[in-house]
Write a protein that binds this ligand. Structure first.
Ligand SMILES: N[C@@H](CCC(=O)N[C@@H](CS)C(=O)NCC(=O)O)C(=O)O
Length: 208
């Protein structure tokens, strides 16, 4: 049976989840065509797109068997299996588990709260969201708790899970860069987080 190949990624360049996949692929040196979809114009809500990919979200990976893979981390895993040389999901039993744990915690405790503040609080986001202002307000303090958590984890670690850069760092740096959309700066006392941000930002993949 022919090996299933990755054909192209459908994404939106400004969207943070798409950025996670771009950084992941840049870390691995994988090149693939990217097709843009204008989510602020609502093009992803169109029936043709939804029926084709099975959801109204981006990013999406189109495969050679005619199927479409969604969810950023599922897409990253597809490429990790194909290109395992630079492991970004961990190496040992414990490291793989810790990367999984921190990747999810960076989603739930940082990226999603930032997204909720933005999507439910910014009038421009009514295109994408049935807004609930109280949910935006409720998530603002959670963002700061998430930043404190990350800073604490970095107190004794070069990267989030020890000496190796991983997909957990990718989710975290995308979240930290996304802070600008809700006009939040990293508090000065979170020095381990600030140092980690400066180090990670120097990687060439971060510009992807
Ligand atoms: N859990 C999904 C989240 C995907 C997601 O929410 N993508 C956003 C862009 S960052 C999107 O498609 N937004 C369109 C919308 O909400 O209508 C993943 O990791 O890929």
């Amino acid at each position: 049976m022919d090996r299933i190949k990755a054909l192209r990624i459908i994404e939106n360049r400004a969207a943070p989840n798409c950025r996670r996949v771009r950084i992941f692929l840049a870390e691995k040196g994988i090149e693939i065509p990217y097709d843009q979809i204008d989510i602020m114009a609502g093009d992803h809500f169109k029936t043709e797109y939804r029926e084709k990919v099975g959801t109204y979200r981006v990013p999406v990976l189109e495969l050679s068997d005619g199927s479409f893979l969604t969810e950023s981390i599922a897409i990253c895993r597809f490429f990790e299996m194909e290109n395992p040389e630079i492991p970004l999901f961990g190496r040992t039993q414990l490291e793989v588990s810790l990367v999984e744990m921190w990747q999810r915690r960076m989603e739930f405790e940082l990226l999603w709260p930032i997204a909720f503040v933005l999507r439910h609080g910014n009038p421009k986001m009514t295109v994408l969201e049935d807004q609930c202002e109280a949910w935006s307000v409720a998530n603002r303090p959670r963002v700061l708790v998430g930043l404190e958590t990350l800073n604490k984890q970095l107190t004794h670690n070069q990267f989030i899970v020890g000496p190796n850069f991983s997909v957990a760092d990718i989710t975290a740096i995308v979240a930290v860069n996304f802070l600008r959309t809700i006009r939040v700066e990293i508090p000065e006392h979170l020095e381990f987080l600030l140092n980690w941000k400066a180090t990670v930002s120097q990687r060439s993949s971060i510009g992807a």
